[in-house]
Design a protein around this ligand. Structure first.
Ligand SMILES: NC(=O)c1ccc[n+]([C@@H]2O[C@H](COP(=O)([O-])OP(=O)(O)OC[C@H]3O[C@@H](n4cnc5c(N)ncnc54)[C@H](OP(=O)(O)O)[C@@H]3O)[C@@H](O)[C@H]2O)c1
Length: 283
């Protein structure tokens, strides 16, 4: 059994990943700011990681979820985003590589430009905004080791630990206060429930044969407006408070039109044995 380390355990997805690990009886160790692992300082990360885990004789499995995850913050502070999302991911990948472990990295559908959906694992990233650029560059470091897994996630929704994270809680919070909400009707994603994403992530992480790039699309392509409407209706909120908006009128980072994900290998299918004379069946 590998020794499981988790970055980003205090975040939206992180809380659900910890629950999924606990449900399976898997022990883990947190690697967060509270433990002295601040991704803003890549050299320090490398030095601390090697000092702490360099002499372990157990296999390491690093679930690297931590990121500067807000699109607007990355756009405003590209150098910070690069330190956290690129350089520290590179430092961690290098540590894991030198110690012979495996790493699972959560990336995003926003590595694509949204012009040629749906995107499967063979599609080439072409990010429009700093967040997507930094996640794509982080992927490159992780993929230098063929044992690692890059999991590209779509927009995540579902209840959050503090009622403020994800695509649903802030929306429902505003609607319950009677506030009007404007949502893009011309930005399409394949949204996924956060606990499903976390459960699948843990299952895939525990299968060392699952490596390379894996997409995790939700069941349906939906605009932010459609998703918001669906979530509001389900929660019994007043859907008339939701108004359509266009991403083209958004003053911030450029937003891709349609980043719907597709997958060549259903996430939890057992990988097929390669036929004689063929390479691996995985993407
Ligand atoms: N949410 C989505 O819809 C979505 C979609 C696609 C991909 N993803 C990816 O999924 C992962 C998790 O996203 P999320 O929504 O859970 O993000 P989140 O709620 O914003 O959580 C981010 C996590 O990263 C940690 N972190 C941020 N800066 C750090 C630093 N300098 N040093 C150490 N830790 C730091 C945070 O720790 P603190 O608590 O200390 O701040 C927190 O645990 C990210 O890799 C993101 O790119 C998310």
């Amino acid at each position: 059994m590998p020794q499981i380390l988790v970055t980003g355990g205090t975040g939206y997805l992180g809380h659900e990943v910890l629950k999924a690990l606990e449900k399976r009886g898997l022990a883990y160790e947190l690697l967060g700011r509270a433990q002295g692992f601040d991704l803003f300082w890549p050299f320090q990360i490398e030095e601390r990681f090697l000092r702490k885990y360099g002499s372990e004789d157990q296999d390491l499995l690093l679930l690297h979820l931590a990121a500067m995850s807000k699109v607007s913050e990355c756009q405003e502070k590209p150098e910070d985003a690069s330190r956290v999302n690129v350089e520290s991911t590179g430092a961690l990948a290098q540590c894991i590589r030198s110690l012979g472990g495996r790493m699972v990295f959560t990336s995003t559908d926003l590595v694509f430009d949204g012009e040629h959906p749906p995107y499967d694992e063979k599609a080439l990233p072409k990010p429009l905004m700093v967040y997507g650029e930094t996640k794509a560059a982080g992927e490159d470091f992780v993929l230098e080791d063929a044992n690692n897994l890059v999991l590209r996630l779509p927009l995540l929704y579902g209840p959050s630990f503090d009622g403020r994270h994800g695509a649903s809680d802030p929306l429902l919070h505003s609607l319950r206060k009677g506030e009007r909400v404007r949502l893009f009707s011309d930005e399409i994603r394949t949204p996924l429930e956060v606990s499903t994403a976390a459960e699948t992530l843990v299952d895939l992480a525990m299968k060392p044969e699952r490596k390379g790039i894996q997409h995790l699309p939700g069941p349906k392509a939906l605009s932010r407006f459609q998703l918001g409407w669906m979530l509001a209706e389900r929660a019994g909120c007043d859907v008339s408070l939701i108004q359509e908006a266009s991403r083209l009128d958004w003053p911030g980072a450029p937003r891709p039109k349609d980043c719907s994900l597709a997958t060549l290998v259903s996430p939890l299918d057992e990988p097929k044995e390669p036929e004689k004379g063929q390479g691996t069946a995985l993407p």
